[in-house]
Design a binder for this molecule. Structure first.
Ligand SMILES: [Zn+2]
Length: 155
């Protein structure tokens, strides 16, 4: 088993390129195609990117990106599986699925920047993002396979 220190990822390559290389090299799943995007998501490209896929997984670590992904998913009518982690806790929600509420329905106004704690400042137990990522992937697979037991947000 190989472990890739996070510092190497940042120094040697962009994360998306390295992850694509590692997963392809070690044949973690031969039926999955990895498509790295070496660019920043922004209002000019978000809709075009998101329209290409059936289910979107938000793995971002900041509030502006979270709202951008949500808005593009709403415009493209795509379900959004959102996961986040901070300290010892994680949150997982499916938004915009079959006419269900979106992220803005729950949080209409972005919070002031100074009120948001990120992992760099607040810390996160290393295994929490891994657990949340696995649960997020499960929700994506459930949606993609048409299962009825989706983790939905209800008002
Ligand atoms: Zn909404």
């Amino acid at each position: 088993m190989w472990f890739v220190p996070h510092v190497w990822i940042n120094v040697l390559r962009m994360k998306c390129v390295l992850i694509t290389f590692l997963t392809s090299h070690f044949r973690l799943n031969s039926s999955v195609e990895y498509v790295p995007y070496q660019m920043m998501l922004n209002p000019m490209n978000a809709l075009q990117l998101i329209q290409q896929y059936d289910v979107i997984a938000d793995c971002s670590d900041n509030v502006p990106t979270r709202y951008l992904i949500n808005d593009a998913c709403v415009a493209a009518h795509k379900p959004l599986v959102s996961a986040s982690a901070l300290r010892w806790e994680g949150q997982l929600t499916v938004y915009n699925h079959n006419g269900g509420p979106c992220y803005r329905c729950l949080f209409p106004v972005p919070p002031p920047v100074e009120t948001v704690t990120n992992c760099a400042d607040g810390g996160v137990l290393g295994i929490v993002p891994g657990i949340m990522g696995c649960m997020q992937a499960l929700e994506v697979l459930k949606i993609a396979s048409g299962m009825a037991c989706i983790l939905l947000l209800e008002f």
